[in-house]
Design a protein around this ligand. Structure first.
Ligand code: ATP
Ligand code: MG
Length: 448
């Protein structure tokens, strides 16, 4: 994985012993480690036995064609480049070679310089590909399994690092889909409590009457049907962390009970006469503005202050700059892998659309959009017209509200044209106008 230190490894395949020898000597003199094989069968044996960065193969060989070797490498060795040597008369062969998956082809006869530069190009592509992939698996996710390099998210990660070792209650705020639960998990799994349970409770999703017995448990005979005692979430989380999600959805009476737990570290099972101690770290989350709920009288002030010892505010996705692109790459790779497809690439304009969209549903929405794109796009490239129309239109947002309609229109037309490689028929279709109108507009705006 460190090509600059380790010698790059090249396998040369040719049935002519002279060519083989010349290539071996030339490439060795440039510092490459060179293997040779007189035919495809021998070449495959070598490839099975040892990793190779670049295969250089002749096209025409007596027994098995070089094309079969190209195909073999492309299908089995993702981390190996292929270069094809072809007779000068066989343009057709060259085209075929490239279509089969050879990165480069070198027509005979070639000079040493032509050989070296083709080799450098092929290995350069390989290095770029490796460099492009490496961060995906290694750097992309940070120590907390979270994605993000923006200043805003760095602050969040710093807060996680600070609160994780402490027993302090933490309130996690953020719009829907910003990753509140993920941050809660990060806090737990980086705390001394990591080996004890993390128990998430969706306070908004459990009916009021049930919530109390779910949280605190009940004793036998507490109500009809309570034939046995049952532990609640707080007991399950003993020694660990409870995550009270959607805390603002709790009723006033539940808020009183939670306040008591926070103050006394004690719970009272439904129907029990005595309280019991629990050792639970409490994390709570809300996507509402709790303080304004407090002011309106919809949330208890004392509970608010108990919860709000430390707040981690997760910024909305639209404020995280290039993190949007990191997420795009991450989710595209993830879903493509699941479907056994190569991850799609996004055109610059498509990325621009993603970056400028408002993302009301934040990371979850982006995740869904990318999943849909990976499923729906057959070509490898995602262009602007592939995106949901809602997003395409919000691409105009970026420039603010200081441009004339003509300017906005001209830019939009330009973007659409770029996205379809200048195909006016397709552009007109996306724009919802006919070709003649498009031509007139282009002329009028001096775009033609
Ligand atoms: N920084 C991140 N890195 C990787 N994945 C993330 C990140 N933030 C969010 N996600 C993903 O986005 C989705 C939503 O995250 P999560 O459920 O934590 O959000 P939430 O704030 O709790 O949402 P809600 O308010 O709707 O409950 C999940 O699939 C999560 O894995
Ligand atoms: Mg959540």
């Amino acid at each position: 994985m460190a090509p600059s230190i380790e010698k790059e490894r090249i396998l040369v395949v040719d049935d002519a012993p002279n060519t083989l020898e010349v290539l071996r000597r030339n490439l060795t003199s440039k510092g490459y480690k060179v293997f040779t094989a007189p035919g495809v069968v021998e070449a495959i044996k070598i490839l099975d036995a040892t990793p190779v960065d670049l295969v250089i193969t002749d096209l025409k060989m007596p027994r098995v064609s070089g094309l079969d070797l190209v195909r073999h490498v492309r299908e089995n060795l993702k981390d190996t480049e292929v270069m094809m040597i072809t007779g000068y008369a066989s343009v057709e062969g060259a085209v075929k070679a490239v279509k089969t998956g050879a990165e480069e082809y070198l027509p005979k006869p070639f000079t040493d310089e032509e050989l070296f530069s083709a080799v450098r190009r092929a290995l350069g592509k390989l290095r770029a590909r490796r460099a492009g992939q490496a961060p995906l698996h290694r750097v992309l996710r940070n120590a907390y399994g979270l994605i993000g390099e923006s200043m805003e998210m760095r602050k969040v990660f710093e807060s996680v690092a600070k609160v994780a070792p402490t027993p302090t209650t933490v309130l996690i705020t953020g719009e829907s889909g910003t990753g509140k639960e993920l941050v809660a998990r990060a806090i737990h799994y980086n705390s001394p409590r990591a080996s004890a349970p993390f128990v998430p409770v969706n306070c908004g999703g459990i009916p009021e009457q049930l919530l109390e017995s779910e949280l605190f448990g009940y004793v036998k005979g507490a109500f009809t049907g309570a034939t046995e005692s049952r532990a609640g979430f707080f007991q399950t989380a003993d020694g660990g962390t409870i995550f009270l999600d959607e805390i603002s959805d709790t009723s006033p009476s539940m808020q009183v009970k939670l306040l008591r737990v926070l103050q006394d570290k004690e719970i009272c099972m439904v129907g029990a006469r005595r309280t019991r101690k629990v050792d639970v770290k409490i994390l709570a989350a809300t996507n509402k503005d709790l303080l304004s709920l407090v002011k309106k009288g919809a949330f208890r002030e004392d509970l608010f202050f108990r919860l709000n010892v430390i707040t981690i505010a997760i910024p909305p996705l639209r404020q995280r700059g290039n993190d949007i692109l990191l997420f795009t790459r991450h989710f595209a790779t993830k879903f493509a892998e699941e479907l056994g497809k190569p991850p799609p690439r996004f055109s610059d304009n498509a990325l621009q659309v993603l970056r400028n969209y408002y993302w009301p549903g934040n990371v979850r929405e982006l995740e869904n959009v990318i999943q849909r794109l990976v499923v729906m796009t057959d070509g490898e490239r995602v262009e602007v017209p592939d995106m949901p129309s809602l997003m395409r239109f919000s691409a105009l947002r970026e420039t603010g509200l200081d441009r004339t309609l003509a300017e906005v229109e001209a830019e939009y037309i330009r973007n659409v044209l770029t996205s379809v490689d200048g195909n006016k028929t397709q552009a007109a279709k996306i724009l919802g106008i006919d070709r003649k109108t498009l031509r007139e507009k282009l002329k009028l705006q001096g775009l033609e």
